[in-house]
Write a protein that binds this ligand. Structure first.
Ligand code: SF4
Length: 412
């Protein structure tokens, strides 16, 4: 039996970063408590659906409940992301995690249906945090609530880049936050870096990589800057202007070079590259995110959260107020739902498989999907885009930063 992952979306931030167009809002903190209550209510509703397949007349409810029953409601990873979930009062986070534990914790057969709810049930519990929100007392409360992994969106160690990107934290906040997390007992810390921020240079990127290695997080994610057209930076890029430093965004070639620098620096610092954007010290790969890349089931709670049953994907309403209103009125807040076709599932396997450094086992895919892919892969292998080793195909090392282009080529 595969164990479930649970994602909880907290769509609130203190400010809006210039490059971001996520469905997150800067709202009064008085809106946090009703939102947390709605998330807990949504979690309990799913628990009830699990316990009674076919409840409700709504097709979506039926589909979900029947899918999920076979998993017996056992969860082994939780990821609280956003937004900036570290903005919440620790008591709010504790309430959400306790609701998950009571609703989906392990239920050994010997207990005859009584839920055993210990904090050890959830083996990887991640909280996304911005460094300026970390405080010693908060960190200690997070650990008491069961959080054992903190993912910090630090993005850069250069204040000039952080300021241009509209981030609230500064380099000094990172050096203040990390010891607090360690002192509180967090043994698994992940850092996010962004390659391609305005004003970033080869020298400043090298400095960020060196400083990151000095702090020795267990896990690192490196993302190439993606500028949404609807973000302030995106609009400035399209329409001109000098307020958000659009003219100082590095070129695609520079970003590719930054990515290669990260690959070398992280490898030299003892990190294992396991997914295009992710590196880990041995044993610290993100168990929760691996579920996404391996197409394992997960449930998402909160505004805009996505879920996957193995055959269906669905997403909640993005607007936080609409989400809360739907839950309060007793409805599932589902906004989109898609049953995957065999072709759609195969595409996902290939796209997500190529992102993983272990590659794709063609023999398994061909067996499970009843297709023959050898000729397609031969074509892109002879173009130097992928490498083959027996039945396993993986991206050529120098093509890791252009995986989307390789995927497009594969699907032609
Ligand atoms: S903290 Fe993250 S979610 Fe919030 S505005 Fe910045 S990039 Fe967007």
């Amino acid at each position: 039996m595969r164990e479930l992952g649970i994602y909880v979306q907290v769509p609130f931030c203190q400010t809006k970063c210039t490059y971001c167009n996520f469905h997150t809002g800067v709202v009064a903190s008085s809106r946090f408590a009703p939102y947390v209550e709605a998330v807990c209510q949504e979690i309990r509703k799913h628990r009830d659906l699990l316990r009674a397949a076919g409840i409700g007349e709504d097709l979506a409810e039926k589909a979900h409940s029947q899918e999920w029953l076979c998993h017996e409601g056992v969860v082994d990873t939780v990821y609280v992301g956003g937004g900036t979930p570290s903005l919440l009062d620790p008591a709010h986070l504790e309430r959400i995690l306790d609701t998950i534990r009571v609703s989906f914790g392990r239920r050994p057969a010997s207990e005859g249906g009584r839920y055993k709810s210990t904090r050890a049930d959830l083996m990887e519990v991640t909280l996304e945090a911005d460094s300026e929100t970390v405080e010693a007392e908060k960190a200690a409360a997070w650990v008491r609530a069961g959080i054992n992994r903190v993912s910090i969106g630090l993005q850069s160690f250069a204040d000039k880049e952080l300021i241009a990107a509209g981030r609230l934290h500064r380099r000094a906040d990172i050096y203040r936050a990390v010891p607090m997390l360690r002192a509180a007992g967090i043994r698994n810390v992940s850092f996010d870096l962004i390659a391609g921020l305005p004003h970033q240079t080869k020298e400043s990127w090298r400095q960020s990589l060196d400083e990151l290695a000095g702090l020795a997080p267990e896990h690192v994610s490196v993302y190439l800057l993606e500028i949404d057209e609807g973000s302030r930076l995106g609009k400035e890029l399209l329409q001109g202007g000098g307020r958000y430093s659009a003219g100082a965004v590095p070129s695609e070639d520079e970003m590719a070079e930054f990515y290669e620098m990260a690959q070398k620096a992280l490898e030299a610092a003892g990190y294992h590259h396991y997914e295009i954007s992710n590196w880990a010290k041995p044993g610290f790969e993100s168990r929760h995110n691996l579920k996404y890349w391996r197409r394992e089931p997960y449930l998402g709670f909160g505004a805009g959260a996505h879920s996957f049953s193995g055959t269906e994907r669905w997403a909640n309403a993005h607007d936080a107020a609409a989400y809360v209103a739907a839950v309060q009125s007793g409805r599932l807040p589902v906004e989109q739902q898609e049953k995957l076709t065999a072709d759609g599932a195969l595409e996902e396997e290939l796209f997500l498989g190529l992102r993983q450094l272990d590659g794709i086992d063609l023999a398994r895919i061909e067996r499970e999907y009843g297709v023959t892919l050898g000729a397609r892969f031969e074509r892109i292998a002879s173009a130097g885009l992928v490498e083959r080793e027996g039945s396993v195909v993986r991206l050529a090392p120098e093509k890791l930063s252009v995986s989307n282009e390789v995927f497009v080529e594969l699907m032609r």
